[in-house]
Design a protein around this ligand. Structure first.
Ligand code: UDP
Ligand code: MG
Length: 325
């Protein structure tokens, strides 16, 4: 059976690696019996990435290239690629060669066994600092505890999706897109393939700790209301302790009388409660901000230009999402 395959590649300032990447992915696709497409999404790069992608698209008829109107972030760029992917199976892969394209045939083999989501789990990671490994491990453990849908551990965005999994993702148009969570949330038959994650081929990571931290908050708040629950319990226990302490103070006054003392206790209690209140407010604010952003219902991205045509435009027709040209 021949099938169609689309490779979705988000790229932001990847001029240094994009040619090498294409050479490697093209070699892999040559060895497959698939009707394959590579969909590059230039996420508003400021370097030479887009001209390079245009040149690749000219030279290779399998390439479809989209340029977003600005940098919308990887999650939006992936969504743009998934929206454009009209194939039986869709692979999402990073442009920096950290995800080995040579693993794609293995992913396809699992898909042909009947799995809908085949994600690649990194066994070892080169070129990452200890601190990064530690924080990333901690994040997955926390997510596992608080989220309603468990996330597969140590898994990036590198994965293969079946047609119905892609269709399911089309239905999730939320603006705050934590894709790893969404991939897991849709369900269906999921499995993993272990691989060795290489260091970045060239160029630098687009994720500093500020962005990673924000992504972590995004992941937790998009998939769990546990922080709100924790704030509630914090409030309840603080109030309970305060009540017990109040009774104790009252008894003390009644029994021994009370010269003016207790200034340090007072200060500690006030500071603690003030801190706890601000924290709880911040948590609530986080969720309100999310609701606000969703309520505006803005499109997830805009496409500025496009090169190359999808294999057969009406293979999987669907209503167009607003903002997609
Ligand atoms: N990326 C993107 N938009 C962004 C940031 C990153 O499309 O705003 C792409 C980037 O070009 C790469 C992938 O997302 O193909 C992963 O980015 P990166 O390698 O910087 O992340 P890391 O591997 O360090 O998690
Ligand atoms: Mg990378």
């Amino acid at each position: 059976m021949t099938y169609s395959l689309a490779i979705v590649v988000p790229a932001y300032n990847e001029a240094q690696v994009i040619d090498d990447f294409h050479a490697r992915i093209a070699a892999v696709l040559d060895g497959l019996d698939a009707d394959a497409r590579v969909i590059y999404i230039d996420d508003g790069s400021r370097d030479e990435t887009w001209p390079l992608i245009e040149r690749i698209a000219q030279a290779d008829a399998r390439v479809v290239a989209l340029r977003l109107s600005r940098n919308f972030g990887k999650e939006a760029a992936m969504t743009a690629g998934l929206d454009a992917a009209d194939a039986d199976a869709v692979v999402v892969i990073d442009a920096d060669l950290q995800d080995p394209p040579e693993l794609i045939p293995t992913l396809i083999a699992r898909w042909r066994e009947g799995f809908d989501v085949v994600y690649a789990t990194r066994g070892e990671r080169d070129g990452e600092t200890r601190f990064k490994k530690f924080t990333s491990a901690a994040f997955y453990r926390v997510m596992e505890r608080v989220a309603d849908t468990p996330l597969p551990r140590d898994t990036g965005d590198f994965r293969l999706l079946s047609r119905r999994a892609v269709e399911a993702l089309h239905g999730l148009r939320e603006r705050q897109r934590f894709m790893k969570g969404l991939f897991a949330w849709i369900g269906y038959r999921q499995t993993s393939v272990v691989y060795h994650r290489d260091a970045r081929h060239a160029g630098t990571t687009k994720w500093n700790y500020w962005r990673l931290g924000n992504l972590a908050v995004e992941g937790i708040t998009s998939f769990s209301t546990a922080p709100l629950r924790i704030a509630t319990w914090l409030g309840v226990s603080a109030a309970g302790l305060a009540f017990l302490y109040g009774v104790w103070v009252l008894l003390k006054v009644c029994i021994w009388g009370d010269p003016v003392r207790g200034y340090p206790t007072l200060l500690v209690v006030i500071l603690f409660l003030g801190g706890a209140q601000l924290l709880a407010l911040g948590v609530i604010g986080e969720y309100i901000g999310r609701t606000y952003a969703e309520s505006k219902r803005r499109p997830i991205y805009y496409v500025e230009s496009r090169r190359g045509a999808p294999s057969s435009p009406d293979r999987y027709p669907r209503p167009r999402a607003p903002g997609v040209d």
